[in-house]
Ligand binder design. Structure first.
Ligand code: G3P
Length: 218
């Protein structure tokens, strides 16, 4: 499973990318507002630093505007994936952009039936928002299981990109349910490396070694 970082802040992206565990980046207008530097500059820095797909979202809500924006956004770099919202216009725009060979990530997906439409439209990625469903009292990860089943039933190649990730458990379950990608906010990404027993175990190993006065090998 691939891991993307869900941030438009170049410092956060570059720090996470340096671990070698990050395969791509997703942004959205809310994250752009929190980039910390002008959005254009942030995107240029991220594209320069990261080898892998970078999702940039359109702001238009009608399909002609989405298509025009998409055509312009890909000029930022050959790894740009145009993020299109799940609406009737978004579905129309996705088909046109795909016809032109432009990669699309269909975002704001909250159901298996919306994900089916994204796949039928030819989207490269579908972004189901699990955390926001959880917030509303629905099991977000169940949708991931269902989308996997639905896509496998028909051989759709659209990648399931789990979005609105709020916890390490979301990442863990993404892998169990066969998602292709999880896009992770930096706060959750760094927690993936941690376990209280990893920390305690390391401390104990080093303490035992030191106390016994063992000669180090190197
Ligand atoms: O990139 C879209 C998604 O990950 C947003 O997450 O936490 O705002 O629901 P959140």
């Amino acid at each position: 499973m691939e891991l993307f970082i869900d941030s438009a802040n170049p410092e956060e992206v570059i720090e996470a990318y340096a671990t070698g565990m990050i395969n791509g980046v997703t942004t959205n207008p809310s994250l752009a507002a929190k980039a910390g530097i002008p959005y254009k500059e942030a995107v240029q820095k991220i594209i320069k630093a990261v080898q892998g797909p970078i999702s940039l979202e359109v702001l238009s809500t009608e399909f002609k505007g989405m298509v025009e924006e998409g055509r312009k956004l890909i000029k930022y770099g050959e790894n740009v994936v145009v993020k299109i919202p799940m609406t009737v216009d978004g579905i129309k725009a996705t088909q046109i952009l795909k016809h032109e060979g432009i990669n699309v990530n269909m975002t704001l997906v909250f159901s298996t039936y919306q994900a089916l439409l994204a796949a039928k439209a030819g989207a490269d990625y579908v972004s189901p928002f699990v955390g926001r469903l959880d917030d509303g009292g629905t099991q977000g990860m169940q949708m991931i299981e269902e989308i996997r089943q639905s896509y496998d039933n028909y051989g759709f190649e659209t990648k399931i990109l789990v979005a609105s990730v709020r916890s390490t458990l979301h990442v863990e379950e993404s892998s169990i349910y066969g998602a292709d990608v999880a896009t992770i906010p930096p706060g959750v990404f760094w927690k993936l490396f941690e376990h209280p027993l990893s920390k305690l175990g390391l401390e104990q190993f080093l303490k035992d070694f030191k106390e016994a006065g063992v000669e180090p090998l190197v």
